[in-house]
Design a protein around this ligand. Structure first.
Ligand SMILES: [Zn+2]
Length: 271
């Protein structure tokens, strides 16, 4: 099925693709998510990550002071020049509709009880090697008039992982389904190009970390929640199945919990 499509992917030779697929199969066969197996897999394939920034970000005043954990290699907002959220943005509420009538919404309590699903996007129309977090934040803040970049993480063509919207705050990336979903954007228009191997490896690492830390259970493409979009593009879709299989995540939208049931779950009132 997907392997014919995979072979057509740009930037990854057939031999490299085969090695990658064997690696994923090996992971699945050997217990999928054993830390040792994953580390061996990553050590063999991951390209070197840049030196990690050490600067402490400026705390956001309207959030609780306790910082939730972020992946160790993530490039923080201060280091990519993020602008602060604009709390006067008139369309922050609009994108999520009735689900999000009050706009900017910071979750309370343990994020592991809130997040269930990672939703993957591409940065259409920005291309892989020209898309930046600043450019995406500019589109989301200044054109769409949301308070901030909508995604929680971004991954560029070299496999560098960036902090996006504060992970304690509900995202703006999946119309009507933002509660409990983590938005991850890969730089590129994957209708016309393919994700790089470095991006795929970085995404697998990030998903593994998110699963361990926030107990994610599902992986979905944006198009599965909002069928009118092609996001994250035809050239990315085959990898979603491979990534889910390698990490023992379920595919699709089945993990989504509507806000009302979510609040019941958080409060412990749900059956
Ligand atoms: Zn999308």
């Amino acid at each position: 099925m997907a392997r014919k499509q995979l072979r057509r992917a740009e930037g990854i030779s057939r031999r490299e693709m085969l090695a990658w697929l064997i690696g994923l199969s090996g992971l699945a066969a050997s217990g999928a998510c054993s830390l040792g197996g994953l580390l061996i897999f990553l050590a063999r394939r991951a390209r070197s990550f840049p030196a990690q920034p050490t600067e402490t970000p400026i705390p956001t005043p309207d959030l609780t002071p306790t910082e939730p954990p972020l992946p160790p290699e993530v490039i923080r907002r201060a280091d990519w020049g993020a602008l602060p959220p604009d709390h006067t943005a008139e369309q922050e509420f609009g994108f999520a509709g009735a689900e999000n009538p009050t706009g900017w919404y910071a979750y309370e309590g343990d994020l592991a009880t809130i997040y269930t699903t990672a939703v993957i996007h591409h940065s259409f129309p920005l291309l892989r090697d020209s898309g930046t977090m600043r450019a995406l934040q500019d589109i989301h803040r200044n054109t769409r008039r949301w308070a901030d970049i909508g995604y929680h993480f971004g991954i560029d063509g070299a496999g560098r992982v960036y902090e996006g919207r504060d992970i304690r705050v509900r995202g703006a990336s999946v119309a009507g389904y933002n509660t409990g979903t983590l938005g991850i954007v890969l730089m590129g228009n994957f209708e016309v190009e393919s994700p790089s191997r470095a991006q795929l490896v970085a995404l697998q690492r990030l998903l593994y970390w998110l699963k361990q830390t926030y107990r994610l259970t599902h992986l979905a493409g944006h198009y599965e929640f909002n069928p009118t979009t092609a996001c994250p593009g035809a050239n990315m879709r085959p990898y979603l199945n491979l990534l889910a299989e390698s990490l023992a995540l379920q595919r699709g939208t089945g993990g989504y919990v509507p806000p009302r049931a979510q609040s019941q779950r958080i409060s412990g009132a749900c059956c």
